[in-house]
Design a protein around this ligand. Structure first.
Ligand SMILES: *[C@@H]1O[C@H](CO)[C@@H](O)[C@H](O)[C@H]1NC(C)=O
Ligand SMILES: *[C@@H]1O[C@H](CO)[C@@H](O)[C@H](O)[C@H]1NC(C)=O
Ligand SMILES: *[C@@H]1O[C@H](CO)[C@@H](O)[C@H](O)[C@H]1NC(C)=O
Length: 459
């Protein structure tokens, strides 16, 4: 780490960070046990100081940082890409029909693969499904190129079965699956509800959270299956920045958000999804004390960035779920979803690609890689932490970071608004290059989710 530190100091980013008085490269991480080292601390420090040096753009609920400049690019980490057991033994390909033959050890590594053309297309469209958030309904907003709908993910060593809504319903008969997190959780939930709706009509049985539908629950009466969404962008307790409240978020890293926590007893499978909200300015509290903050000029707190904070939030969440639901629950953490800004977010062509990246064309690096790594590591360490109870509390990372990184074509871009070019191309065109069009690449997350759930149930 010391050597790395030396090297880092040569880079312009490090110099700036020090010069501007953001610290000496050793942010506090005192809330982590000593036996959990952070070998990349200096590197991470570099990255988040870079983010906080940038002006933030207010965009709906998000602050989007621009992509890091190439001189801060980090080589691909050597971490194994999947938390599941080695997939070297999963050849010949795992096919759904072979379920009975498969031993428990053979797990398909869905993280490595490529996008290949697929004539089949999605199970639903922008008009057949009534639950797509406006800003993500690219088809009904007039996105002209629909080629992005005709790709499927081909893992290197196995086949990924097409999403089978009936199979999903059978798995969740008399059960409840809950999505908890930020707008990415919602993106994933709406994809799932749309796909399942293609075979069984859902009833919206609960709705709360103003106009924004932050808390909802559907019931598929055909199978008594329930699907719900809980808004909780930090998973832990938080106070969100608001017009009349604080101009930064406040996070309580030692306790979960009880808006979903109170319902844990009635949940059989919980899908967690967070990340982007951790880039916002925030003050962090732990056990009643202020630990520090991220981008809080004017407040007398130590800048500690957001990586360690994300780690702590995930850790608190997974530990609390395991503690409370030792009687049995499946916990799936969807990993960080990369954005694809190629310039200013409010200029024409902010995410202009119309095809996926090819194999090897785009490296997983920088913040995308670090956010993902933290999440995968915390799932792994929580799994080890529960020891003998692994049969009841089953934890898995839904590792979608890389396959999503390869889909720069899947974002709404300007079609977050209806027919953005009806009057020609304006000087300012707002773009969403963070969320995903529905139908779109997120459908693949759920395709994999179903396989992961199958695997967990078989254990
Ligand atoms: C959506 O699907 C429905 C039913 O399959 C079809 O009638 C309709 O034309 C489709 N709409 C679009 C925009 O493709
Ligand atoms: C429906 O599913 C819920 C769990 O989501 C369960 O508690 C309830 O007993 C089920 N109802 C019937 C009639 O089986
Ligand atoms: C800022 O915090 C330091 C250390 O806690 C304290 O000594 C100092 O007085 C504080 N400054 C202000 C302006 O509150």
């Amino acid at each position: 780490m010391l050597e790395k530190h030396k090297d880092d100091r040569k880079s312009p980013g490090a110099w700036r960070a020090t010069k501007d008085g953001f610290g000496n490269g050793t942010p506090t991480s005192s809330f982590f046990p000593k036996d959990h080292p952070f070998p990349f601390l200096t590197r991470k420090f570099l990255q988040w100081t870079f983010y906080l040096l940038l002006p933030f753009i207010v965009f709906r609920f998000y602050f989007y940082p621009s992509p890091p400049p190439s001189h801060l690019a980090i080589p691909l980490s050597s971490l194994p890409l999947n938390s599941s057991p080695s997939s070297s033994s999963s050849f010949p390909p795992q096919l759904p029909e072979e379920e009975g033959i498969l031993s428990k050890e053979t797990a398909c590594d869905y993280t490595q693969g490529k996008w290949v053309p697929d004539k089949m297309g999605p199970l639903y469209n922008g008009t057949t499904c009534g639950t797509i958030k406006d800003g993500q309904n690219c088809m009904s907003h007039g996105r002209p190129d629909l080629g992005f709908l005709y790709w499927r993910w081909q893992p290197q060593e196995c086949q990924l079965p097409r999403f089978d809504p009936n199979e999903f319903l059978q798995f969740f008969a008399d059960r409840h699956i809950a999505f908890v997190g930020d707008s990415m959780a919602r993106n994933q939930l709406e994809s799932l509800v749309c796909m399942v709706s293609s075979v069984s009509p859902p009833n919206l049985v609960y709705k709360n959270g103003d106009d924004d539908n932050k808390f909802r629950r559907w019931h598929f009466a055909s199978h008594n299956a329930s699907v719900s969404i809980y808004w909780s962008p930090f998973l832990v307790k938080g106070v969100e920045k608001s017009k009349n409240g604080p101009d930064h978020n406040e996070l309580y890293l030692d306790r979960i958000d009880e808006r979903w926590g109170k319902d844990l007893d009635g949940i059989d499978t919980i899908v967690l999804s967070i990340g982007h909200w951790f880039l916002h300015p925030a003050v962090y509290l732990d056990d009643g004390k202020v630990l520090g903050c991220h981008y809080c000029p004017g407040l007398n707190h130590t800048e500690i960035g957001f990586y360690d904070v994300l780690r702590k939030a995930v850790r608190t969440t997974l530990n609390t779920i395991s503690d409370r639901r030792g009687d049995g629950i499946d916990v799936i953490l969807t990993t960080f979803s990369p954005s694809h800004f190629e310039g200013d977010w409010d200029k024409f062509g902010a995410c202009p690609k119309t095809e996926p990246y090819g194999e090897g064309e785009k490296l997983l690096e920088g913040m995308d890689a670090d956010m993902r790594k933290i999440e995968v590591e915390e799932v792994e360490s929580a799994r080890l932490g529960i020891g003998g109870n692994q049969k009841k509390v089953r934890l898995e990372a839904l590792d979608v970071t890389r396959l999503s990184l390869m889909r720069p074509d899947g974002h709404p871009g300007p079609y977050m608004y209806p027919f953005p070019f009806a009057n020609g191309v304006g000087e300012r065109v707002q773009n969403d290059c963070v969320h995903w069009c529905l139908p779109g690449p997120v459908d693949t997350w759920n395709q994999i989710l179903l396989q992961v759930i199958k695997r967990l149930r078989r254990q």
